[in-house]
Design a binder for this molecule. Structure first.
Ligand SMILES: CC(C)(COP(=O)(O)OP(=O)(O)OC[C@H]1O[C@@H](n2cnc3c(N)ncnc32)[C@H](O)[C@@H]1OP(=O)(O)O)[C@@H](O)C(=O)NCCC(=O)NCCS
Length: 174
């Protein structure tokens, strides 16, 4: 089950993130930082145990970032990471964001969910605002992955797509 984090989860979020931050796969987050941005965090809980976490961080108008995605290594490759990113996508859509991105070393998790590999220049400079706390700072070697969240309404589609039957070039078999 994925749910929003509470203060009861701060210890486990800290313990999930710390070893991964040490090896540089996620950005370090202090306890104070986790507490002050707790509303951004989701946790994956199974049988009363938190096995993974991630956060959805507002960056700019209509742009949001998946950050601090971590799954307990004993439960890797079971779909937990995918479920956490999907929760972020759903939340971003519900909040009306138009783009979601991540900076990551694990591109396939995101590509399988419709993200594409992008040039960081597609993202505003603001994305670097938290990098001062990262040991890599300006030598970031992560890959940017982006997914557009804008959904097209049927009424906004061009005529032939809205009503394919009206276009003689588009035929249907019985
Ligand atoms: C990245 C991470 C969250 C993935 O969690 P997970 O629960 O293992 O991911 P999933 O089981 O949902 O994986 C979905 C797919 O992503 C890909 N994938 C997952 N982990 C991968 C890895 N380490 N390397 C390459 N591809 C990977 C696979 O295609 C996988 O599908 P498959 O198992 O059917 O082949 C987890 O490995 C982790 O905590 N890593 C350390 C921290 C980190 O790198 N976080 C990402 C920061 S953005």
């Amino acid at each position: 089950m994925i749910r929003k984090a509470t203060f009861q989860d701060v210890d486990v979020i800290e313990s999930l993130l710390a070893p991964r931050a040490k090896v540089g796969t996620v950005l370090p987050r202090s306890r104070e930082d986790i507490e002050s941005s707790l509303r951004d965090f989701f946790v994956y809980e199974s049988e009363g145990r938190v096995l993974g976490t991630c956060s959805l961080v507002h960056i700019a108008e209509k742009l949001v970032e998946v950050r601090s995605l971590v799954v307990d290594s004993a439960f890797g490759r079971k779909g937990l990471g995918t479920a956490l990113v999907q929760a972020c996508i759903d939340d971003a859509l519900a909040l009306g964001y138009e783009r979601i991105f991540a900076l990551t070393y694990v591109v396939p998790v995101f590509v399988k969910l419709g993200f594409h590999v992008a040039n960081v220049s597609e993202l505003p400079d603001k994305i670097w605002k938290d990098c001062q706390s990262c040991p890599k700072q300006n030598n970031c070697d992560e890959t940017a992955v982006i997914r557009d969240l804008v959904t097209v309404k049927v009424e906004d589609l061009p005529g032939a797509l809205r009503d394919p039957g009206s276009d003689p070039a588009i035929s249907f078999e019985d």
